[in-house]
Design a protein around this ligand. Structure first.
Ligand code: DGJ
Length: 720
């Protein structure tokens, strides 16, 4: 699936249904030829498709030629005036580069990306090394493809082959080119409690740029973009999705150049970034996953979902049944003691809940969000008998015990801060910006990471804990580390994320039986980097069953539903004040890793009975959530309904869940078409008592139920 033709110096990479072709042109530059649906490696492609965009030897020093070439990695200051992919600043300040092909190798497997999340296994990799003719830099571009996937993984490694150091002012993960710009640009934007809202705008000339400069992928913009053709729908038309496997400050851009073609690239955000590479050292950029789909956004999402489940998320966890948790945050906030927790546990167990997760407030001096972070020892005044007593109460009730941490943070009012004020990121003498009254620990320092590893390990070893919720509630400001030299302060944001990955790697390896759930004030770090360590992430602090239809829809564009932690919470909803009936809340939370976020001792008997049935029902569809294919049927941003469907890989089972938002008098009859079924299999839609062929359900469709405001429906469909 990766070929090299030495005659035309062409590389052809083939995935399941796409081809990616590039070649070394006459002057030795690596340029893109084609990225799209599978094609044959016909020789004419390099002669004709690259025609007019491929410089001849005489053109080398003509800037107007360089500016047209669809390079695979953009160089700075030598005639290509589009945004470069890397900027290499030498000792005297000179930073122009020209990248020429040096060598390549093709091998089985994936490249090593030490210390960073990466595609784990299989595949074939092409590594093309380009040499900068003006500096001692060699840039290796890695491309990994798999026979059974439409995802292509890329990154770049920049090596200093000289003796003197140079500084990278920018080092993107990938760059590619498309011959036209007739696409719209989709991103997932948002804010706290309203994350990953799809927004699509046309591309024009100039650059569309999305980014985060927060040292976290953020609530505001996800490291995902898609270029979509005007006719692209859920099930038809072309699109290319790009998702960075990275959790820090990022950038993704689409730049339409003067000849109408498109440069797309991205990686670590260059704002505030610089990285000194000593002679002989290399800088490794995070991986980016590119997905080509000829069959709409739905196919792209299913490819990303399979990619994450098969190749990013820890294999032991990706397909393992997840516990159904009860989390006490919205049930108690900081206001709890041992007896209150016991009453939650006692009330939850008979309902079929597997695990009690004790949220914020169990440690140090932590009765509000103004103090205590960093002091990871149990507050025995609040919890007589310590965590062991809570774990024991869970055990007696046949439940497991989980615990909340916010390992990357420190409160100024904490013993840790009093002992080590320098552990916090920031510049002494400069009043820090406080986010949620807290500061961020300096994870660029190994002694800080070691300390947190030790104290969190001690707690995890102190009693039977099978689940960790890893929160992170603020972004970095006053970027300054007491331990970095002046010239290396620009490395802080990336080094911080490397420190987070290091801690996550060490804790998940030391406690392989513990399920770690990611959380960042809800969905503030929902990205492929975190999924490498945490198979599921608390999707959003907004648990309203209407808002969640939109948040989960957006999130599913590039992440598997099994990665979305979705809880039923109490009403009126704490974020929106809306009241939605209990079963609808359960239905919307069933389209992910389900759980509860309330005080079960306060539920009435009818609600308790509903929890029991919801859990029994969820267990029947749990495999579909873990392994199924998602089809988004009715878009909540557009219609008065929301509807999604999960279909098993063998197409024998499906689960369809939806919600009607507003009741409309004398509403029209509306049919909607199912997707993903086998046209020639007969299915039974259990709740409707209908038996029909897949082709009938997919072409004639089913009638949408007329339901009161914000009411859900869930149907089970099985081959008969
Ligand atoms: C933010 C999280 O998203 C919530 O679920 C909860 O854990 C709080 N932090 C606790 O402080």
């Amino acid at each position: 699936m990766i070929d090299y033709c030495s005659k035309t110096r062409t590389f052809t990479l083939n995935g399941k249904s796409f081809s990616y072709i590039m070649y070394v042109n006459e002057v030795g530059m690596l340029q893109n030829v084609y990225y799209g649906a599978s094609v044959a490696n016909d020789e004419y492609l390099t002669r004709v498709c690259a025609y007019g965009r491929s410089p001849k030897p005489d053109d080398l020093n003509r800037d107007y030629v360089q500016d047209y070439v669809p390079f695979e990695y953009g160089a700075y200051g030598r005639g290509d005036f589009r945004a470069p992919s890397a900027v290499i600043v030498r000792k005297d300040g000179f930073c122009a580069s020209r990248l020429l092909y040096k060598s390549h190798k093709i091998y089985d497997g994936v490249p090593e990306v030490a210390g960073m999340p990466h595609a784990r296994s299989g595949g074939k990799t092409l590594a093309v090394t380009l040499k900068d003719e003006l500096s001692p830099a060699e840039i290796t571009l890695n491309y990994t493809v798999w026979d059974d996937s439409d995802v292509l993984v890329r990154n770049a490694v920049i090596k200093n082959t000289g003796k003197e150091k140079f500084v990278l002012d920018r080092a993107y993960s990938f760059c590619t080119a498309l011959p036209d710009h007739d696409y719209d640009f989709m991103r997932l934007q948002g804010r706290w409690a309203n994350e990953r809202i799809p927004e699509t705008t046309p591309l024009g000339h100039g650059t569309v740029r999305i980014e985060s400069s927060r040292a976290a992928s953020s609530h505001v913009m996800n490291p995902f973009m898609a270029l979509i053709r005007k006719n692209c729908s859920e099930s038809t038309g072309e699109c290319i999705g790009i998702n960075l496997i990275y959790s820090g400050s990022f950038v993704l851009t689409a730049e339409c150049s003067q000849d109408g073609n498109l440069r797309i690239q991205g990686g670590i955000n260059e704002l505030g970034f610089s990285w000194t590479v000593d002679g002989g050292d290399s800088f490794v950029t995070p991986q980016a996953a590119l997905c080509y789909s000829a069959d709409g956004l739905g196919h792209m999402s299913r490819e990303f979902a399979d990619f994450y489940r098969d190749r990013i998320i820890n294999r032991q966890k990706a397909f393992a049944r997840r516990p159904i948790v009860i989390n006490n945050w919205e049930g108690t906030y900081f206001d709890f003691d041992r007896e209150k927790l016991f009453s939650i546990i006692d009330a939850a167990a008979p309902l079929g809940i597997d695990t009690f997760v004790l949220d914020d407030g169990w440690f140090g001096k932590r009765d509000s969000d103004t103090s205590g972070l960093g002091d990871w020892f149990v507050n025995t005044k609040k919890l007589d008998g310590g965590l062991a007593a809570v774990a024991e109460r869970c055990r007696k009730n046949g439940m497991k015990f989980g615990l909340w941490f916010e390992p990357e943070m420190i409160s100024e009012d904490s013993d840790l801060y009093r002992a080590h004020p320098d552990y916090a990121i920031g510049k002494r003498g400069v009043e820090p910006c406080r986010g949620r009254n807290q500061l961020v620990l300096d994870f660029t320092r190994s002694e800080v990471v070691d300390h947190v590893f030790r104290v969190v390990s001690d707690i995890l070893e102190s009693c039977d804990i099978s689940y960790v919720k890893w929160d992170m509630n603020r972004n970095i400001t006053e970027f300054f580390s007491a331990s970095l030299d002046a010239e290396r302060q620009g490395e802080l944001a990336h080094r911080y994320i490397l420190g987070v990955y290091d801690l996550a790697e060490r804790l998940t390896s030391k406690f392989p039986d513990v399920l770690f759930e990611g959380c960042a004030g809800g969905g503030g770090r929902f990205d492929g980097g975190m999924l490498y360590y945490f198979p599921q992430i608390w999707t959003s602090d907004d648990t309203d069953a209407y808002e969640r239809t939109k948040i989960q829809w957006g999130t599913s564009l590039c992440y598997p539903v099994s990665a979305m932690s979705c809880h039923v919470s109490a009403c009126p909803n704490h974020q929106t004040q809306r009241t939605i009936d209990f079963s609808t809340r359960g239905i919307i939370a069933s389209l992910g890793t389900t759980g509860y976020e309330l005080d079960p001792s306060k539920l009435c008997e009818k609600e308790k009975a509903l929890v029991k049935t919801q859990i029994e029902d969820y267990k029947k569809i749990a495999e579909l959530v873990l392994r199924g294919d998602l089809y988004r049927l009715i878009n909540p941003y557009v219609d008065n309904y929301f509807c999604e469907m999960l279909v098993s890989k063998d197409k024998n089972h499906a689960y369809l869940a939806g919600e009607r938002f507003h009741g409309v008098p004398c509403d029209y009859d509306m049919f909607f078409k199912l997707e993903g079924l086998d046209p020639d299999k007969k299915y039974m839609v259990k709740e409707l008592g209908i038996t029909a062929y897949g082709k009938t359900l997919m072409h004639a469709g089913l009638l949408l139920p007329r339901l009161p405001d914000f009411t859900g429906f869930a149907w089970h469909i099985d081959a008969v």
